[in-house]
Design a protein around this ligand. Structure first.
Ligand code: SF4
Length: 373
């Protein structure tokens, strides 16, 4: 795909989401929007741009039938804004039905294979990650949080699936990678399909909210669901895809690996606010040009901060966009406003997160116990 690169373990860039959808057979979200009486900001602002079999999940919501929302985190550091996007989707879909259960995998095997982070270190990082997730609104009473390395069902699935794939198949999906990453990919497929085991209530729709760069994992899990359908009666997992945010320094994707490209929810609020003030913008060279030609919100990471996370509501996000492109809004003022919003949000979030640490500890030590025998 010219200009686009999809890599679940590296830097991914997507310039043309329509083309990405067509290339990989991802459906547009727009035709389903009318079925959401209370759309999330991700749905209403076009951040969630595509899906696979989302209709099956909406049917479950409408029919008060059980479904799962499944996602995970590779515990390599504090919660960043990309993690928050996935978390916001999880919390939203959990809130749509009392029959929704969230499954959240701490992908410590992947963190070891990809980043060399020990399981002990992952456990420390995961505690803060889960507290962040709870502070963002996850209902712990309908949530299962577990370490990939401690969940024997996921390990068993990975072993089983390894007999159902060839090296060429994995190469076609992921490219030529080290064996450890192929193993962790098979474990991710295990994570995605585990909620359909009998001890978790059996086959059901499972929605996986992910960034566009994680589609290879969805394709592998769906392939495995088809291959082992007879044995496990798997329902093909569904997915909803969100766009990737621009990094603060103008690169195509925010990354945990680049300190200046983003901030985490655990950064000092004042430090994060300062990063916003020195962010790259889509502004013109001079004020005169900006007034005459308008700003370029579509390539501006500051606009992404409003649109993806910090606008007060949809009308506010729309106003920032239209004032920018009409040349009414100047970048200095715009960054000051975004910086104030970021600081206020993070101060509030930190308080909530600190209060959630004991609950995060409880959830992690409980693992799948209580949901499965
Ligand atoms: S006015 Fe705001 S949204 Fe527009 S280019 Fe400048 S910083 Fe970006």
């Amino acid at each position: 795909m010219v200009g686009d690169a999809i890599d679940p373990w590296g830097s991914s860039t997507v310039k043309d989401y329509n083309r990405l959808r067509q290339e990989f057979g991802i459906e547009p979200v727009a035709p389903l929007l009318a079925r959401f009486p209370r759309p999330s900001s991700h749905l209403s602002r076009g951040i969630d741009f595509g899906h696979r079999d989302l209709g099956r999940v909406v049917d479950a919501i409408d029919g008060h039938a059980p479904f799962a929302v499944m996602s995970g985190i590779k515990p390599t550091g504090d919660f960043h804004l990309g993690n928050k996007m996935t978390a916001d989707d999880m919390v939203y879909f959990q809130s749509l039905s009392k029959k929704a259960t969230v499954y959240y995998s701490i992908a410590d095997v992947e963190a070891y294979c990809d980043n060399g982070i020990t399981f002990e270190e992952s456990a420390k990082i995961a505690l803060r990650n889960v507290a962040d997730l709870l502070a963002l609104g996850l209902d712990p009473d309908r949530a299962v949080v577990y370490f990939q390395s401690q969940e024997v069902r996921v390990m068993r699935f990975a072993a089983l699936f390894s007999r159902g794939v060839t090296n060429n198949m994995l190469k076609a999906i992921y490219g030529d990678r080290q064996i450890g990453l192929y193993i962790s990919a098979l474990m991710v497929a295990g994570d995605i399909l585990m909620p359909q085991l009998p001890e978790f209530g059996g086959p059901k729709p499972v929605l996986v909210p992910v960034g566009a760069d994680q589609d290879p994992h969805i394709r592998l899990a769906r392939d495995m669901a088809a291959k082992y359908r007879e044995e496990f009666k798997f329902v093909p997992p569904s997915a909803i895809y969100h766009r990737l945010m621009l990094s603060l320094n103008g690169d195509a994707k925010m990354s945990k690996r680049s300190v200046s490209s983003s901030f985490t929810l655990d950064d000092q609020p004042a430090a994060a606010a300062k990063k916003v003030l020195s962010a790259f913008t889509g502004g013109r060279d001079t004020v005169e040009e900006q007034r005459r030609l308008g700003g370029r919100a579509d390539i501006c990471p500051v606009y992404d901060l409003y649109r993806f996370h910090f606008a007060l509501d949809d009308a506010h996000a729309d106003r920032v966009y239209s004032e920018c492109v009409k040349g009414v809004r100047m970048c200095g003022d715009c960054k000051q406003e975004a910086s104030r919003l970021v600081k206020a949000y993070m101060e509030e979030h930190r308080k909530k997160r600190d209060l959630m640490m004991p609950e995060a500890k409880r959830l992690l030590s409980k693992g799948t116990k209580g949901f499965a025998g």
